[in-house]
Design a protein around this ligand. Structure first.
Ligand code: ADP
Length: 362
């Protein structure tokens, strides 16, 4: 009776272990001291793309290890088996069945028999591919932002440095010019920081839309009022084709989008040309069109310019006072409304920026 009870307890405990092993969120494996896979769970099969049978019968973990990490992988196993270390955790790459690289954190510890001889290694494998991709993107963004902020800052430091050193003490005209550079670059710095924060909040979906019914003609008129001084300064006429559609949008955000597209159209057009803005009611959506007669955009840059800090010409945002973030912000705003934004252009003849916004049924 007692033996039967003990056997049942053992069976239950084994069953619990098997279920925990099979259903673990992370990959798990039992590995023989010579590197054969004795047991693998479902998560590991998913991480590597192989079936349990393929992993246990045809492959070893050494074979799916990335060649550049193999030496480290073998050393780690050797150290554990030799008793030099009790447990190990390393970050390394495996190769998925389809050839993609899978980044993992691998933890391994050794189980010995009652005589102290190595029985098998218990290994836990956590897929960190996505986390690494996000970290990489964040680091790239930080270095891009630092670079963009450094440019106006060094300009400001340069001009103020000259003034502080007294080099221009007897040249009031040149000194004033230096002060003007410092002032306009400080303004650009403020715009840059504001745009970076705005884009970051939009991308993290921290901004909720304050939607209401708006009249397209009214929104466009407001954007045109904001841009009147810039248009006059550049001697550009803005022409609005008559049309009125009711749309369900965040008023300020759509005005911000229109101001951005119109100001680009003005900035990148020669004097005495026309920028045309029109709206088309397409039943389930409305299509906005901002068309200029400016220098145009090369075909291979038409998509690219919607990325952060992407310009057709490296000097564009500096010379025109922009931040290189305007179109990235427009795209986020339009996407958040459920619409689409894109550009078409003929080099030397002009560009047209389009965006759609859905019209709700009721
Ligand atoms: P910014 O205008 O601040 O540089 P944007 O993201 O608004 O940043 O625009 C990115 C780039 O796309 C501009 O620097 C310019 O090279 C190009 N671009 C945008 N709109 C136009 C346009 N209407 N005509 C020609 N080039 C344009």
């Amino acid at each position: 009776m007692r033996v039967q009870e003990r056997t049942r307890e053992l069976q239950e405990s084994e069953e619990r272990f098997r279920s925990a092993f099979d259903n673990a969120v992370n990959g798990m494996a039992l590995i023989s001291p010579d590197g054969r896979l004795l047991k693998v769970n479902r998560a590991l099969c998913e991480i590597l793309g192989y079936s349990e049978q393929e992993l246990r019968e045809d492959l070893s973990l050494d074979e799916v290890c990335h060649p550049d990490d193999l030496e480290r992988h073998l050393n780690a196993r050797h150290q554990i088996l030799a008793g030099e270390i009790y447990q190990i955790q390393i970050e390394k790459r495996y190769l998925h069945k389809h050839g993609d690289i899978v980044w993992v954190i691998c933890s391994a510890s050794l189980v010995r028999d009652t005589q102290g001889e190595p029985l098998y290694l218990v290994m836990q494998i956590q897929d960190i591919t996505e986390r690494r991709a996000i970290d990489k993107m964040k680091n790239e963004f930080i270095s891009l932002v630092s670079h963009e902020l450094r440019t106006p800052l060094s300009s400001i430091r340069g001009s103020l440095g000259l003034l502080a050193a007294g080099v221009l003490d007897n040249e009031p005209k040149a000194a004033k010019q230096m002060l003007e550079i410092a002032a306009s670059e400080s303004e650009r710095l403020v715009r840059l920081v504001n745009d970076i924060l705005d884009l970051e909040r939009l991308e993290a979906n921290k901004i909720s839309l304050n939607q209401q019914w708006c009249d397209t003609a009214n929104l466009i008129q407001q954007a045109m009022d904001i841009l009147r001084p810039l248009a006059e300064e550049n001697n550009i006429t803005i022409s609005l084709l008559p049309s009125r559609v009711q749309i369900w949008v965040d008023r300020d955000r759509i005005i911000q989008t229109l101001v951005n597209l119109l100001s680009n159209a003005i900035k990148f057009s020669p004097a005495e040309t026309v920028v045309t803005i029109s709206v088309q009611d397409q039943a389930d959506r409305v299509l906005f069109k901002v068309k200029d007669q400016g220098r145009g955009i090369p075909a291979d840059k038409l998509e690219n310019i919607f990325g952060r800090f992407q310009q057709v010409d490296v000097s564009d945002s500096r010379q025109k006072g922009g931040t290189g973030l305007g179109l990235a912000i427009c795209r986020k705003i339009v996407q958040q409304h459920g619409g689409r934004i894109w550009a078409e252009s003929i080099l030397g003849k002009g560009s047209t920026f389009y965006f759609t916004l859905p019209i709700p049924l009721e």
